[in-house]
Structure formats: C-alpha cells, structure tokens
Design a protein around this ligand. Structure first.
Ligand code: CUA
Length: 342
C-alpha cells in the first residue's frame, strides 16, 4: 500500500512538472515554428528522426509487453521453460531493420547538411559579417558599406550569407525561428546562410556560455521588404559617410557635447567614432536597450547611470553621470535615427 502511495506522489510531481514546463517555450525562441527554408529543413529532419524513434519505441514496447504477459510464470508451473539460444531469422531481421532505418535517416540528413553548408556569393545573397563581443553583436555589410549593432536588418525572402567570428571569447549566433546556431570563435571565420520568409521582428540569442551576461546577450532581427531594406541601406550609407549631424534642440546639443567627449571614443555615430562598443548611428531606431530592455527613455537613462547593473561584466565603464547629464544624453541619443517613419 505504501509503495503505491509513493509512486502516486512521484507521478503527480512529474505530471505537474510536465504541465508547467510546457508553458516554458516562447514563440520567438522556438525552433518548432520555422520562418525560413533553413529552419524548415532542420525542422523536417527533427520530425523524421522523431517519427522513426517513436515508431521503434512503440514496436519494441509492444513486443516487450506481449512477451512479458504471454510467457509469464503461471501458478503451478514447475521448473524453467525450454531455453532457446539464437535464432538466425530473428537475428537477421533485427539487424536489417535498424540498418534500413539508419539509411532512411542518413540520406536526408546528409543532403540537408550539404544544402545548409552551401556558400552563396554576393550575387545571390546579402553578405553580413557578424562579430560577437562580450556582450553585444556587431553586424557589417561589407558590400553595402554600412555597419550596425544589436539590431540586424535583413530583406525578406532573400538568402543571407553570414561570416561569423568573435573579438574576445567564444559565443554562438542563434536565431531560433530562422535556423540552428553556429559558434563564433576568435580568430576563425565560420559560415552559415539563413533566410527569413516573413517580415517582422525575430529574436536572436547568444548560445554559448561566454561570461556573466551570457543570458542577456540578445539581439533582434528586423526583416523588411526589399524596398524598405534598400531605403535603410541608402539612409545608413548617407549618414555614415558624413560627420555626425549637429543636434538642434538645446538639451540635445548639451547631450551631444557630453557624447563627443565621453562616448565617441568607443561608439561610432555616422562617420565618426571608435569601434570598441556598438555603433550607435541608428540607436533611436532600435528595438531594445542593451539588447534586452524596452527602448524607452527611462531604460536608456538607467543604462547610462550604471551599465554594470543592467548587464554585469560588460565592457562599458560607469561614467558617473549626474541626472542632468543623463537627461541630456538621452535626449541626444533619441535623435540618432536614419528612419523616416518616426
Ligand atoms: Cu555571448 Cu554567450
């Protein structure tokens, strides 16, 4: 009786866990809702191998249960039953079936593998150079002559050829809805292509433990119509070819002064500034602050006051700004936009 109760308790715990954990998936972080051909190919492989594994499990468990019941020891039975050693027909059967199943899995796996490792030249795909940093993402478009950070901008329905590396430690680049992850390693270039078939915002993550803020190393992918993408590139190119524009409002001008003195050494705006930190040319157009928080003046202010608090271990020093300076900087950074839809 006690045993039954113990099992019941364990069973309820597992049932509860299963119920609660099924709520853990976020749509944007699920590989089970593919939004492009790469993710779709990978999802097809998952479905095929899962179907085969479930099939094998059901067949084996059915035979197992049948044998348990059919050949169980019955009341009054004496001695041990007739012992059988080896059966050629059966042994050949259970060697050949897994062999065939493996071939059924191997053919699409290998052909998909080759399709995924194809490299597309610039005539067929947008080329994007990705550099991972602790804890942010740098995106350069070498053929288009523009660079951005944190928000990757892509045209819909077009192949994108990525060349990926890292500046410090190992990270991994992952956009679950578009395709599997790939490592970004210092001093080594990895390649991968992806394609998004729907416009909208996709979520990207770092998928390799890389330090204190690994879990906060998110990025966004903004997928737009080709015409909008072309406009974005033209705007970025225009702005990045020039000196930063002079702020017009008095508060923003004050912010620009602080920015030029304290920030421009590490962060580029338009055609000026360093490369240590994310390029801020189109900062006001971004989806998130620091890749994680809603893009609101409050969150920008919170970040500027203490960057380590929001993203521990990042390379941005605390500039010890007072509230007036923060307010001016937030105002100035709000003007850093290349989009016309504001
Ligand atoms: Cu970068 Cu984890």
């Amino acid at each position: 009786m006690k045993g039954w109760q113990q099992y019941w308790r364990q069973f309820s715990l597992f049932a509860l866990l299963a119920l609660v954990l099924t709520g853990c998936g976020k749509d944007e972080l699920s590989a089970l809702k593919p939004s492009g051909p790469v993710a779709a190919m990978q999802f097809d492989l998952m479905k095929l191998s899962s179907a085969i594994m479930i099939g094998v499990f059901i067949v084996v468990m059915t035979i197992f249960t049948y044998v348990l019941i059919r050949y169980r020891k019955r009341p009054g039975q004496q001695g041990i039953p007739k012992q059988v050693e080896g059966n050629h027909a059966l042994e050949i059967l259970w060697t050949v079936i897994p062999f065939l199943l493996l071939i059924i899995m191997a053919i699409p796996t290998v052909t998909t593998g080759f399709a995924l490792h194809k490299e597309y030249p610039k005539e067929e795909a947008v080329q994007v150079k990705v550099t991972a940093h602790q804890f942010w993402w740098e995106f350069e478009y070498p053929d288009l002559g523009v660079a951005t950070a944190q928000d990757l901008v892509l045209p819909v329905g077009k192949k994108v050829q990525f060349v990926l590396s890292a500046s410090d430690v190992k990270h991994a680049f992952w956009i679950p809805a578009l395709g599997g992850k790939i490592d970004t390693n210092p001093g080594q270039e990895n390649k991968m292509w992806l394609q998004a078939d729907k416009t909208g915002i996709y979520y990207g993550k770092c998928a390799e433990l890389c330090g204190a803020s690994h879990a906060l190393m998110d990025f966004k992918v903004e997928v737009m119509e080709q015409a909008d993408f072309d406009t974005w590139v033209a705007n970025m190119k225009g702005v990045q070819a020039k000196e930063p524009a002079t702020a017009t409002s008095p508060l923003a001008a004050e912010g620009q002064q602080i920015f030029d003195k304290s920030c421009l050494g590490c962060h580029a705006v338009a055609g000026k500034g360093g490369k240590m930190g994310p390029n801020l040319t189109n900062f006001a157009d971004r989806e998130r602050v620091a890749g994680i928080k809603a893009h609101t003046p409050q969150n920008i202010a919170e970040w500027l006051k203490d960057p380590q608090k929001m993203k521990p271990g990042n390379k941005m020093p605390n500039l010890n700004l007072d509230d007036t300076q923060v307010k001016a900087l937030v105002e100035y950074m709000g003007t850093l936009s290349v989009s016309e839809k504001k």
